[in-house]
Design a protein around this ligand. Structure first.
Ligand code: F6R
Ligand code: ZN
Length: 194
């Protein structure tokens, strides 16, 4: 890989990268156990293995000093009353943060620390979100029809710990109640923590 400065464009109207090296697609079938309403999940999956979110990456070495970056695109939709969302993760090197810049859509980042703090921050075009070290993060699309598109940057050596969230979930869920997004306690998280 050439170690020279480079530029690339993001088409602001379509919120797409001009160039990327890697494209990850996450479908409903890869999210077993992530959604609260397991019956709704099973019903939906029996109908269609929908595409929930995609990640476009510019490849860089995964080492300290590098900055990994790309676009995250969460499509609109719900499983039961829970909005389409990313799996969410801690960084394996817990002491690494991340910056997100929202380009399109309407959403939120659900976050928490191993110490028990939690936060839900709004994402809309033009907003920058700073995720400090130690905070697990999950993007949620609360828009009815539009993709939620964010540009992210994080340290090359951060790594991803999906296991903790896969097992216990986040403390808070973002669900639709009477047509509006609402943050609620995750009942399954409580059960597992007892
Ligand atoms: C990288 C990062 C994002 C996410 C992306 C998909 O550290 O936070 O690039 O990887 O939004 O979410 P996950 O990785 O949770 O499936
Ligand atoms: Zn991350």
């Amino acid at each position: 890989m050439k170690n020279f400065p480079f530029t690339f464009g993001i088409d602001v109207t379509s919120a797409q990268l001009e160039h990327y090296d890697n494209h990850i697609r996450r479908r409903l079938s890869s999210m077993v156990g992530y959604y609260s309403d397991q019956q709704a999940f099973a019903r939906q999956l029996a109908k269609e293995d929908s595409l929930l979110y995609e990640v476009y990456e510019t490849r860089r070495p995964e080492v300290a000093g590098e900055l990994l970056n790309g676009l995250s695109v969460v499509h609109p939709g719900k499983v039961g009353d829970e909005y389409f969302m990313t799996k969410g993760h801690f960084h394996s090197v817990l002491e690494t943060g991340e910056v997100y810049y929202c380009l399109k859509g309407e959403g939120a980042m659900v976050m928490e620390t191993p110490e028990g703090d939690w936060s839900v921050e709004e994402l809309r075009p033009g907003r920058v979100l700073y995720v400090p070290p130690r905070w697990a993060h999950r993007s949620v699309n609360i828009g009815a029809n539009e993709d939620l598109v964010t540009f992210f940057v994080y340290p090359g050596h951060a790594g991803h710990d999906y296991g903790t969230i896969e097992k216990f979930g986040f403390r808070k869920l973002l669900v639709e109640r009477e047509g509006k997004p609402q943050v609620i306690d995750n009942p399954r998280w409580r059960a597992q923590s007892v």
